[in-house]
Design a binder for this molecule. Structure first.
Ligand code: DHK
Length: 148
C-alpha cells in the first residue's frame, strides 16, 4: 500500500533528550529530532508520524497500527533494543521495512548494549551518528521504498 507515510518510533527515556546525558545522547531535544525527520522525509516526498513511549506495550500497539497506515518504520527502541522480544515480534508481524537507529555507538559501550533483538530484522542499522542517524535512516528507507 502506498501511503507516503513513515512511522518514527522512539523508545523509553528519549523524551528526555536534550537534558539526558548530553555527552552521550547529544544536546538536541526529541522535538528537534522529529523536526529533522519531518524535513528529511518531506525532501524525499514522504511524511512522518512520530511516537514516543516509555511503555513497551504502547510501542507494540503503535507498531501494530502501522500496518496499512505507514510504508516503513524507523525505530530507536532505546533500552528495549536489548530486552524486548515483544517489540521485535511486532516488527516482524507488520512485515514493513524497518531501519534501526541509535544516537550513540552502542558497540563502544557496555556489553549489555551490544545485543539487539531488532537488528536481525532491520534492513539497516545506524548507530553513533547522533541525530544524523535519523536522516540517514529516512534517506535509506525512502530509497528502498522508491525502488520497490
Ligand atoms: C538509547 C538508549 O536509551 C539506550 O538504552 C540504548 C540508545 C542506546 C541510543 O543510543 O540512542 O542502549
Amino acid at each position: 500500500m502506498t501511503t507516503g507515510r513513515l512511522l518514527i518510533v522512539h523508545g523509553p527515556n528519549l523524551n528526555l533528550l536534550g537534558t539526558r546525558e548530553p555527552e552521550i545522547y547529544g544536546a538536541e531535544t526529541l522535538e528537534d529530532i522529529n523536526e529533522l525527520c519531518r524535513s528529511t522525509a518531506a525532501e524525499l516526498g514522504f511524511s512522518v508520524d512520530a511516537v514516543q513511549s516509555n511503555h513497551e506495550g504502547e510501542l507494540v500497539d503503535a507498531i501494530q497500527a502501522a500496518r496499512g497506515a505507514q510504508e516503513g518504520i524507523v525505530i530507536n527502541p532505546a533500552a528495549y533494543t536489548h530486552t524486548s522480544v515483544a517489540i521485535a515480534d511486532a516488527l516482524k508481524a507488520v512485515a514493513l521495512p524497518v531501519v534501526e537507529v541509535h544516537l550513540s555507538n552502542v558497540h563502544a559501550r557496555e556489553p549489555f548494549r551490544q545485543h539487539s533483538y531488532v537488528s536481525p530484522i532491520a534492513e539497516a542499522v545506524f548507530a553513533g551518528a547522533g541525530s544524523t542517524g535519523y536522516r540517514f535512516a529516512i534517506e535509506y528507507l525512502a530509497g528502498l521504498l522508491k525502488d520497490s
